[in-house]
Design a protein around this ligand. Structure first.
Ligand code: PRX
Length: 651
């Protein structure tokens, strides 16, 4: 395994235990019997969850497993937007709050389920009017505004496949995704607010569209407020349409398309170890079943809850736990557009107080930032409405867990540390808040109905090794868009018929899983996945660069930050200005999240005799550690030179 696990051994000494508070357990949605039910008959158990959704036609068979291809709920027909909206209207819950949205400048919108249904139907018909048919791809490149959820649901209503691209990605990244998915329509906005500045999405989209030949139509949401007054966007006649114009003309009647359980629901691009990001494919019935079940059981969702997940819809967390899981459960969902520190560092707590949030789900990187900002910010607000806290995206260090528990949760809220991935679609390893005794830093046990273990290279069970999922699960990815080979190689080639998650893990005496982080060349920067190879390609794309090697470096807030070692082309002189230019270049190629924090210009990179870059050594250097074994290096002097240079730069 590539990560140093020394510090981790200390974690297993962690013996603070937090049993579920008795009053919480007494009213919890699920109790411990759920594990027995799942264990007795896994397929029956998942079918029972699926039965709580509404199906136009029942399935004939729960699971067909032809490794690595799984089909769930074969022959079943359903529609996701119908289950997230119409089903609740039919139950007389149309007036219930669906979305409580707040923009960064403080503008607000509230949608009842009936209102959300109307908006979704209108936009679904608008998409149909642009020629979008079942199976067509629609790229969604929006800020965190209600139209993001509306556009996603509208796609599902007519059977179009959405590909949501995070608004922080660059034009080039957007074009790559448009092209890989061969998207027909792009939905964007004039802009969005982030930390008091405007993110010019339409401008970025225009640049991407020059290189996106399949996109025939562009829909532009006017973000509204000051922003729309400030941004003068250029609309291309015949191609670009204002969202509000299309919707104004659309029919509000839009019957939901009957989709097969295995029809593709969406594609979401994520970074891997090699090449360009891959389009993870999720389908309809299994995905909805697992996100529905996990939202209800993991977040202990009750009618009176006000639920807030702080992710962006551009990531899987936003798909599964802002939009589909909560809405399928008829939850009251808070959605916030902007940054946690705008206009000040109390913004999240201000939102929690004003909306009386009861369930709060965020990332460890955010928790570490809050810790650093100081207890005085949360102390200014009344957080007594909170009753459950969640984390996702990276391992949470026990100090951050304890801080979250005491300062945000007032010592009374259970914490659910949820492990899962873009590929798994839904939560896989997690406490159940009314059942599981938690310990700071562990995601505890597999969700009922999920079979996980820890294996070594040979596929034998071990206490410390690679996290593996041994049985198919409903919301698993079905393939990589257009690339079955990559699907097989990435996830199914390490062992036979067992899913390789790419994470290292250990198991403790309680059989709890402790996730160690990635074992491959995928970085986790502030909870965002970035492939080292993507950053390397972006660097080598710069005319001054000959070669580069990118590694992760421990970071107090972000968990990991990016360190790049770069050799320049013959005759190019290194300078601070060039370093700054290289960072900008990566930002322009991929997006600001991928900018290396540290760039080291070097005459050589440490390589083995066969020419493989020794990343392990580069990580040691970047983190200022004693360098490990260098005997396999072609030229050990390279490392000494690099170390000296790095010490001089740091010192
Ligand atoms: O390394 C694991 C880490 O995030 C990776 C998945 O990233 P992504 O597909 O972007 O999805 C993030 C949101 C689901 C995993 O391979 N990860 C996620 N949750 C946890 C975690 N690591 C430790 N503990 C977690 N709770």
């Amino acid at each position: 395994m590539s990560r140093d696990t020394g510090a981790f051994d200390d974690l297993l000494q962690e013996d603070r235990r937090f049993p579920p508070p008795a009053d919480f357990a007494a009213t919890a949605v699920v109790d411990a019997s759920i594990y027995r039910r799942a264990g007795d008959d896994r397929e029956r158990y998942w079918a029972e969850w699926a039965e709580q959704l509404e199906w136009f036609e029942p399935w004939r068979r729960v699971l067909e497993w032809n490794p690595p291809y799984a089909k769930w709920f074969l022959g079943g027909k359903l529609n996701v937007s119908y289950n997230c909206l119409d089903r609740h209207l039919a139950a007389g819950r149309g007036e219930r709050t669906a979305l409580l949205w707040e923009g960064e400048p403080g503008d607000t919108k509230r949608y009842s389920y009936a209102e959300l249904h109307r908006e979704v139907c209108l936009f679904a018909n608008a998409l149909r009017g642009l020629g979008v048919q079942k199976g067509d791809r629609v790229t969604i490149y929006l800020p965190m505004i209600p139209e993001a959820a509306i556009a996603m649901l509208a796609c599902t209503r007519i059977g179009a496949i959405h590909s949501v691209v995070f608004g922080g990605f660059s034009p080039e990244s957007l074009a790559d995704r448009n092209n890989d998915a061969e998207s027909k329509v792009l939905v964007t906005a004039d802009g969005g607010w982030r930390r008091g500045t405007i993110v010019p999405l339409k401008e970025n989209a225009d640049e991407a569209l020059d290189a996106s030949p399949t996109v025939e139509s562009v829909v532009v949401v006017a973000r509204g407020g000051d922003l729309s007054e400030q941004t003068g966007v250029t609309m291309v006649a015949g191609r670009d349409h204002w969202y509000h114009d299309l919707v104004a003309e659309a029919d509000p009647e839009c019957p939901a398309e009957e989709m097969d359980a295995e029809d593709t629901l969406f594609i979401l691009y994520t970074s891997g170890t090699t090449g360009k990001p891959k389009g993870v494919v999720h389908t309809t019935g299994g995905y909805l079943t697992q996100v529905y079940a996990t939202t209800q059981a993991v977040f202990d969702l009750h009618d009176e809850d006000v639920y807030w997940c702080t992710a962006d819809v551009g990531w899987i967390t936003g798909h599964s736990y802002i939009v589909y899981g909560p809405l399928a459960n008829c939850a009251q969902v808070v959605m916030y557009e902007g940054a946690p520190d705008h206009p000040d560092r109390g913004r999240f707590w201000d939102l929690c107080e004003r909306y009386a949030v009861t369930i709060f789900y965020t990332a460890p990187t955010a928790i570490r930032a809050f810790m650093r900002w100081g207890d005085e910010w949360p102390a200014k607000y009344d957080l007594s409405s909170l009753r459950l806290l969640g984390t996702v995206g990276e391992p949470i260090n026990p100090e951050a867990w304890m801080w979250y528990h005491h300062v945000i949760g007032g010592g009374r809220c259970p914490i659910v540390d949820t492990w899962w991935q873009t590929e798994t679609g839904g939560i896989m390893i997690t406490p159940l808040p009314g059942v599981t005794e938690t310990k700071p830093g562990t995601a505890t046990r597999p969700f009922p109905g999920i079979e996980a273990t820890i294996l070594d290279d040979e596929g034998d069970e071990t206490q410390a090794g690679y996290l593996a999922i041994t049985e198919p699960w409903p919301s698993m990815l079905r393939t990589v868009w257009g690339d079955d080979e990559r699907f097989k190689n990435t996830y199914w080639s390490k062992w036979e018929n067992i899913y390789f998650a790419g994470d290292g893990a250990k198991r403790d005496g309680d059989d709890y899983f402790w996730i160690l982080g990635r074992v491959d060349d995928v970085l986790n920067v502030a909870g965002h996945r970035i492939g080292t190879s993507e950053v390397e390609s972006a660097l080598v794309d710069h005319p001054a660069v000959a070669e580069s090697a990118v590694v992760g470096k421990g970071h107090e807030i972000k968990g990991e930050s990016i360190a790049a070692f770069v050799t320049l082309k013959e005759g190019v002189d290194g300078s601070d200005a060039l370093v700054a230019e290289l960072r900008e270049h990566v930002g322009k190629k991929i997006g600001a999240i991928a900018k290396p924090e540290m760039v080291v210009l070097t005459a050589d990179l440490p390589k083995t005799r066969s020419g493989k870059i020794m990343r392990r050594l580069l990580r040691d250097i970047a983190e200022g550690r004693a360098v490990g074994d260098t005997t396999t290096l072609a030229d050990p002097a390279v490392v000494r030179r690099l170390q000296k240079q790095h010490e001089a730069e740091e010192g």
